[in-house]
Each structure stands twice: as structure tokens, then as C-alpha cells.
Design a protein around this ligand. Structure first.
Ligand code: SF4
Length: 616
């Protein structure tokens, strides 16, 4: 019997040609789906050295083998492309219903290639895909855009779109679906560069499973395991809206552009304070957690602000970065980023960087369109978000991200640019959570918290072994976390669900969906390793290696000030020793290039010729 490997919708926007193809069985067996398919197809189809905004780049939208089914937390979807922010492979994960709707049309991947002649959107149904005129929504924000599409195509329509930021090619523009975002890496800008405003899917529920009965039994088992899990119940109640309670308490909440690890007084932004403004919950297809917490501001300067968030990273982005304790401003900022289609992490980090440049006199009022970027002041932050989204005034410069801003300004400003490979650091201070920091340094996409989240450092998770969070020697933990995330994202299982006690069922669900008797634990781990190595080969082919695996200068040379928390004076001091150990365990050379032996072991022999010359 042929395997159920998933179908691809390929849309050439230059020629208007739309085709359907099947994923070859060997690719399905080795790469499983989701992120695995993403890296394999990008590796094969993108030439090294291309401009991410050129017609030669491709934007992939992928769900996984389990999408659209009754199993919980497995209908996430993602974008994959060559990032305009970093120049690396990138993937950005999103929620809501879009991934399930893509599956209802029978697809596991859309490949967008070329460039449409004029602003367009795709309308996809089980009967086909049309490229439509988007002049009625070009320039509109993501909320108006999605409402317009649903009004036009009916209530069984789900959408993913860009806002003004994607159209203006802001380097960290997001793709927004409902009010969830594929935020990191600028995948929204790649969509904008192709003149594509949105993808709208109109469909009704259909299943594409090799063994529907076997799958349903497993799904019931998965649901009952999850519903009885304490971690799930806690996540259902809080989402991530109380993570700042912990990170402040242990001194890893980055404040003032990564100078301090704690707000002076973080009581005003505790999870319980956000709880008082909560007006609802939202979630993703077939997930009872509904962990997106909706907030409305009821009084003060931001009264009326309403956001389907902010989640932890966005809470931090709009408080810690500028040392503000205004949860009201964080809600308003989050709403604005969702409307404009901006990644909240890179936006907040870049604004925190701008505030420090202003403090140090490296930019002046005449450079900031008259804004006074003073710590604790939230009005300039809100003004900057709008300017970035529309690339107006100083926003045009900040839209390039911290690395490029520093290159433009010079005068030693690169010391204050807190990024890895051009991607701005998120909401965990590396000097107080060093395995998390080294994940930033070595993740394929740049400084992403969710590429290999070190729950061992942050929450004291004991698996596979506990860590001392100040220890710089846990290369095994960093690799474990990165590989585990990689195979979960072949599902695409939600990152939060990994701790809900059901992962022994994951491989069986995948096998029942695909129609094979495989995907046991060791095989999944090997698949995670395989796709992480192929991402590395992609990046090596682009010129990345050891020199790009260092944490920012500030993190390596300035002591952290934690105020009242443990860890005062900590620095990251052993980046080189860490890399030696990490590369050794990964089977890479001293330059961080996968060896031929390692590639062959993982069935990636085809990549050897592309990276051999880069080993020196
Ligand atoms: S846990 Fe939250 S983010 Fe994950 S699938 Fe469920 S609702 Fe979506």
C-alpha cells in the first residue's frame, strides 16, 4: 500500500501556474513532515547566496501529518524560508485554525515561488486554488484584512495574512492568522516581497488518515492523558501570562536592553495583575488548553486597548526592554504589533536598543522625529511601533533590526545590539540561564527561545538531567532540547504540549496517519538530529560557521546586575569551550561544520559536496 505522505500545493506566482504533487516516500520516512519537510524542500530548491527578497526565494507554509484531527495540540503550522533578518534557514510556528484548514483541502505544504505582478491573495478550496486581486486589502491591517476575506468567502474561511509591516518589508514582519502569529525571522516580509497579502482557505472538515480507526483510538488515549495532566491544567489557566513572576524572581528578566535581570518592582506586572484584565481565552484547532489570554484595558491612557495576548515574550518586550511596569501599555503595544504584522520580540528588543542609543547620545532628538526615548516612558514606545510598521521616519531604520541599525550608526553601537546572527534575543537573560543562552548561540534560526527551550534552567525540569543554570558546560542538554524540539515540530506538536505526558503516543499517531509501522522513540530522536543537521548544512552553505555562534558582546563581557535575585555579576565566559564541546558531541568540525561521517550516518550524504569546502 502506498504511504500517505501528504500533498504539496505549488504556486508559481510569476507564471500563475498552480500544481499539486506528492511528497516522495523516502522524504516522508526520513523527514516525517512539518519542519522536516520544510528544511528538506528549502535545501533542495533554494540556491545558496540568493537575496531573501528575490523571486528565487520560496515561502513554505506547512502543517503536519496530524493536523485537523481530534488529537490535541497537533494542528500547529509554520512558515519556512530563507530569512531576510538573518540570512539563515528560518521557521516560524503559528497557531489558530489555518493548519487544520490547509489539511481539509488535502495539503501539507504550500510552496510559494516567484513573485506576483500586483498585490494578490490566494483563495484555496478543496476544488482548487485561485490567485486573486488584493487591491481591496493592500495597505490594510491584519484585522481588517481577515474580516474582509471572511466576509467575501464565507464563515468557513480561515486566513493567514500580512499587515503593513510585511508589505513594507520590515525585516521582522510576521504572518498573522486570526490573532496568532508566525512571528520570528521576517517570514511576513518574504510574503510581502512576493506581493502576496494573504492566503484564505474555505473548507469543511475532512480527514486524511491511513488508518482512521487505529488513529481515533490513539487520539482518545492522548486526549484523556492530557486532560488529566497537571501541567496542562496549569497552562490552561495561565497560558504564559505568569512566566514573568518566575523570571523576575530568579533574575533572568532582561531589563534596559539586557543590563539588569529584574525590574525594580515587578509586582505591577505579575500574572495576577494581567488576570484582572482578562476577558476571554483563545486557542488553536482541537486544543482544550485555549492558552491565549485576551485582555482589555479599562482605564487610564490606554483604556480600550484590547489584545488576544500579550503572552510572556510580548509582556517582556514591552515592559523589560524600556523598564516600564505598565501592563496597560504592553497590551496596547501587543495589539498594535498584531494589527501591523510585527514580531513582538524583535520589535521590543529593537526599541530597547534605541532607548539605550538615546541614553548614550548615539542618537538624538533630531534623529528620533522629536521623540524622547526615556526609560519608563511608554508613549514613545507606542509611537516607535507605528513608525516601524509603516517604515516612517526613524522607523525606517529600526525596521532593519538591531544588527543593521548598529552597522549604519557605527560609533561603537554594535556593543548594545543584542542579537545572534541578526535575530534579536528574547525574554530570558543568558547570563542567568546559560543553557538557554547557548541555545540562542547555536540555534539554526538565530536567537530563538523556542528552538531548544531550556526548561531545566528556567523551571528546574529534571529531564534528561537537572542543570545548574549558571553552568556553561551543558552542551548535551542544549543538543537534547534542540533535537527534541525538531522532532516535535515534524508533528507539528505544540511546544507547550511536550510536558503533558503523551509523547510516547506521538510516534504511534504519526505512524497511523502515514500508514507505516514506524516512528519509535529512537527513530524520532534520529529524525530530530537529521533535520537539525540539514538546517546547519543549509546555513554553512550560506557561509555561517563558528564565528556566528557567539552570544552578544554585552553578555560575554559585562556582569549581569540582578538587583535582589541570585546571580549578581554573572557573565558568559566560556563561549569557545562550550562550542568545542557542543561541536564534538554533534559530530561537527572545530568550525562547526557537520562531518561527512555524521551526514552519512543521518542519510544526508547528498549535502557533503555542498559544504566540504567550508570545513576550513
Ligand atoms: S497549548 Fe496553546 S498554543 Fe499550544 S496548541 Fe494549545 S492553544 Fe495553541
Amino acid at each position: 500500500m502506498a504511504l500517505n505522505t501528504g500533498k504539496i500545493l505549488r504556486v508559481n506566482l510569476t507564471t500563475g501556474k498552480v500544481t499539486t504533487e506528492s511528497v516522495p516516500e523516502k522524504v516522508a520516512a526520513d523527514f516525517i513532515g512539518g519542519r522536516g519537510y520544510g528544511v528538506r524542500y528549502l535545501y533542495d530548491e533554494i540556491k545558496p547566496g540568493i537575496d531573501p527578497f528575490s523571486e528565487e526565494n520560496k515561502l513554505l507554509m506547512l502543517n503536519g501529518p496530524l493536523a485537523g484531527t481530534t488529537a490535541q495540540a497537533v494542528s500547529r503550522w509554520m512558515t519556512c524560508t530563507k530569512s531576510p533578518l538573518t540570512g539563515t534557514f528560518t521557521r516560524s510556528v503559528c497557531g489558530a485554525d489555518f493548519g487544520a484548514w490547509l489539511k481539509f483541502c488535502g495539503y501539507e505544504m504550500i510552496i510559494l515561488e516567484g513573485k506576483a505582478e500586483k498585490p494578490s491573495y490566494l483563495h484555496l478550496t478543496p476544488d482548487g486554488c485561485k490567485i486573486m486581486d488584493a487591491s481591496g486589502i493592500w495597505g490594510k491591517d491584519t484585522k481588517v484584512t481577515q474580516e474582509w476575506l471572511v466576509a467575501r468567502h464565507g464563515k468557513n474561511t480561515r486566513t493567514a495574512c500580512i499587515g503593513p509591516a510585511g508589505e513594507k518589508l520590515v525585516k521582522y514582519a510576521a504572518v498573522v492568522s486570526d490573532r496568532r502569529t508566525a512571528g520570528r525571522g521576517g517570514t511576513g516580509a518574504v510574503m510581502g516581497s512576493k506581493n502576496i497579502k494573504a492566503v484564505a482557505i474555505t473548507a469543511s472538515r475532512r480527514l486524511f488518515l491511513a488508518d482512521p480507526e487505529g488513529y481515533e483510538k490513539l487520539a482518545k488515549q492522548q486526549v484523556s492523558t492530557i486532560l488529566g495532566n497537571g501541567g496542562f491544567q496549569n497552562h490552561k489557566e495561565w497560558g504564559t501570562t505568569a512566566t514573568q513572576d518566575i523570571t523576575n524572581a530568579i533574575g533572568i528578566y532582561p531589563v534596559r536592553n539586557f543590563r539588569y535581570g529584574q525590574l525594580v518592582d515587578y509586582k505591577p506586572i505579575l500574572g495576577a495583575e494581567y488576570r484582572k484584565l482578562r476577558v476571554g481565552d483563545i486557542g488553536c484547532y482541537s486544543c482544550a488548553a485555549r492558552c491565549g489570554k485576551v485582555h482589555t484595558v479599562t482605564s487610564g491612557a490606554y483604556a480600550g486597548a484590547h489584545s488576544e495576548g500579550p503572552e510572556y515574550e510580548s509582556i517582556w518586550a514591552f515592559t523589560g526592554s524600556i523598564e516600564s511596569d505598565s501592563l496597560e501599555a504592553s497590551i496596547a503595544a501587543d495589539q498594535l504589533c498584531d494589527d501591523l504584522g510585527l514580531d513582538t520580540i524583535s520589535t521590543g528588543n529593537t526599541i530597547g536598543f534605541a532607548y539605550e542609543l538615546y541614553e548614550k547620545g548615539l542618537i538624538k532628538k533630531s534623529d528620533t522625529d522629536g521623540l524622547e526615548l526615556l526609560y519608563g516612558e511608554t508613549a514613545p514606545m507606542i509611537a516607535l511601533i507605528k513608525k516601524i510598521g509603516y517604515r516612517e521616519g526613524i522607523g525606517d531604520l529600526l525596521a532593519e533590526g538591531t544588527r543593521r541599525v548598529a552597522e549604519k550608526i557605527g560609533k561603537g553601537s554594535e556593543v548594545y545590539a543584542i542579537h545572534v546572527k541578526g535575530m534579536e534575543l528574547p525574554a530570558y537573560e543568558p547570563r542567568g540561564a546559560k543553557s538557554q543562552g547557548y541555545n540562542y548561540a547555536t540555534a539554526s534560526v538565530g536567537a530563538s527561545h523556542c528552538y531548544g527551550y531550556a526548561a531545566q534552567d528556567i523551571f528546574g525540569a529534571p529531564f534528561p538531567h537537572p542543570t545548574d543554570r549558571f553552568d556553561e558546560g551543558n552542551a548535551d542538554i542544549v543538543i537534547f532540547n534542540q533535537n527534541e524540539t525538531a522532532w516535535h515540530e515534524c508533528g507539528i506538536a505544540c511546544a507547550f504540549s511536550g510536558g503533558w505526558g503523551w509523547m510516547d503516543i506521538f510516534g504511534k499517531l504519526l505512524a497511523a496517519a502515514r500508514g507505516i509501522d514506524a516512528y519509535a522513540g529512537a527513530e524520532l530522536e534520529k529524525a530530530g538530529d537529521r533535520l537539525f543537521n540539514l538546517e546547519r548544512a543549509f546555513n554553512v552553505r550560506e557561509g555561517f560557521k563558528r564565528k556566528d555562534d557567539y552570544l552578544p558582546t554585552r553578555i560575554r563581557t559585562e556582569p549581569l546586575h540582578t538587583r535582589k535575585a541570585k546571580g549578581e555579576g554573572q557573565m558568559v565566559s566560556h563561549n569557545d569551550a562550550f562550542l568545542d564541546k557542543y561541536y564534538g558531541l554533534r559530530g561537527w568540525t572545530k568550525q562547526g561544520v557537520p562531518t561527512s561521517k555524521k551526514l552519512k550516518e543521518l542519510g544526508l550524504g547528498f549535502a557533503i559536496k555542498d559544504i566540504t569546502a567550508k570545513r576550513k
